[in-house]
Design a protein around this ligand. Structure first.
Ligand code: UDP
Ligand code: MG
Length: 314
């Protein structure tokens, strides 16, 4: 029978943790009674440097049922992706498969038995795919979908409308452990690993308590990693932009020569100013894109650890 680990990252989640743990507990009881998972399956909460009572709640849960609830306390806030990675790498040697789910349980719990069933059928990766996102705020839904499309056009191989709600088998986790990436974007890495994969539907519900822990800057960082860690197309785009500008300047050259011949060369202050600003702008944008990649190379070269575990309730 499969020993399942549910890994859940928590950043200031004291408002939802009690109800979330109760719902997961009930789900485990049902699945264990149905013989779908082994009785020693567990939930591993990863406390991502919360400043509220999150860790105390995890400690209480562990004390009440050390088999069912385990906890990892990270030394400081490292962000959603790294927190998930810490949880998965901790659970790797303790289970047959891991399911990652956000602590607010906005994802569909009914998808979890389906994921386990797909695992039993031989799938190593089971993606939860959001079928209707009406519970997400309109702006979030639209920007997310635009981003999935942008990714696709950049040649990034990621699953449409899938976030980080997924099952991974132990051998995928072992493969993942060999990826030394620092600018972590799991949604891009996992399709690259290969292994048989399938999807299950995930009906999103609204957050029951607390507010989103994904600030705009965290979301932008994730989006930038999602492109720049997997595609060099933005760098090539600069090259094309440069070529287009060169062609335009040839046309302008012809115009300048024509003006000289016709003795109308002095006019055109406006066009001069305009082109200085435009060309300057494009140069800065181009430098910026190069900077994006340079910064990422810098981070990868430093090869610093993604997280530090301060405490482990096993
Ligand atoms: N999270 C985290 N570290 C962070 C930010 C968020 O571990 O720095 C966790 C958070 O506790 C939650 C998950 O990531 O379990 C997703 O965050 P949230 O539900 O706030 O995002 P949203 O659903 O609004 O995208
Ligand atoms: Mg959420």
């Amino acid at each position: 029978m499969i020993k399942l680990a549910i890994v859940s990252p928590c950043y200031n989640e004291e408002a939802v943790l009690h109800s979330s743990s109760e719902r997961l507990n009930a789900l485990y009881n049902t699945m264990i009674a149905a013989g779908e998972i082994s009785p020693d399956s567990f939930v591993l909460f990863v406390n991502d440097g919360s400043r509220d009572a999150t860790w105390q709640i995890i400690e209480e849960l562990h004390k009440a049922d050390p088999v069912r609830f385990k906890g990892v306390d990270l030394a400081h806030n490292v962000g959603h992706q790294n927190a998930i990675m810490a949880g998965m790498m901790t659970a790797r040697d303790m289970c047959d498969a891991v399911i990652t789910i956000d602590a607010d349980l906005q994802d569909d719990l009914e998808a979890i038995p389906k994921m386990v069933k797909a695992y039993a059928e031989g799938y190593d990766v089971v993606y939860g795919v959001k079928v209707q996102r009406t519970a997400d705020p309109v702006l979030k839904r639209l920007s997310a979908q635009a981003f999935y499309k942008l990714q696709k056009s950049m040649g990034v191989n990621a699953i449409y409308n899938h976030a980080d709600f997924r099952l991974l088998s132990r051998r995928v986790l072992d493969a993942l452990a060999q990826y030394p990436e620092k600018n972590l974007y799991l949604r891009g890495i996992i399709p690259q690993i290969g292994f048989p994969s399938t999807t299950v539907d995930d009906v999103i519900s609204p957050r029951t308590a607390g507010h989103s822990k994904y600030s705009l800057s965290k979301m932008l960082t994730l989006a930038l990693n999602g492109i720049t860690s997997f595609s060099v197309k933005p760098l090539y785009a600069i090259l094309w932009l440069g070529i287009i500008f060169l062609l335009i300047s040839l046309g302008i050259g012809v115009y300048v020569i024509y003006s000289l011949i016709m003795h109308t060369a002095v006019h055109g202050w406006a066009s001069l100013m305009l082109s200085i600003w435009m060309v300057g702008g494009f140069i800065l944008i181009s430098l910026g894109v190069i900077g994006l990649y340079l910064g990422r190379i810098f981070n990868e070269v430093k090869a610093r650890p993604l997280y530090h575990i301060a405490r482990f309730l096993n």
